[in-house]
Ligand binder design. Structure first.
Ligand SMILES: [Zn+2]
Length: 63
């Protein structure tokens, strides 16, 4: 994926810059805690396709 492309990619919800997770092939919005998938080099900027990072991570301190 081109880095130039990343510069113009913003979150469709809050319009903030996205962070590219190279390993997971995801564009992460830290504000919304959502990760948008990149499929075949094409970012899928749909809220319905995004992964909820809150749901994916175990709750700290909850035992
Ligand atoms: Zn966002």
């Amino acid at each position: 994926m081109e880095s130039r492309m990343l510069e113009i990619l913003v979150c469709p919800l809050c319009k903030s810059r996205l962070r590219y997770d190279r390993e997971r092939q995801e564009l992460v919005c830290s504000a919304d805690r959502l990760a948008f998938p990149v499929r075949d080099g094409i970012p899928v900027m749909l809220e319905s396709e995004a992964r909820d990072l809150n749901a994916a991570e175990p709750q700290a301190g909850a035992q």
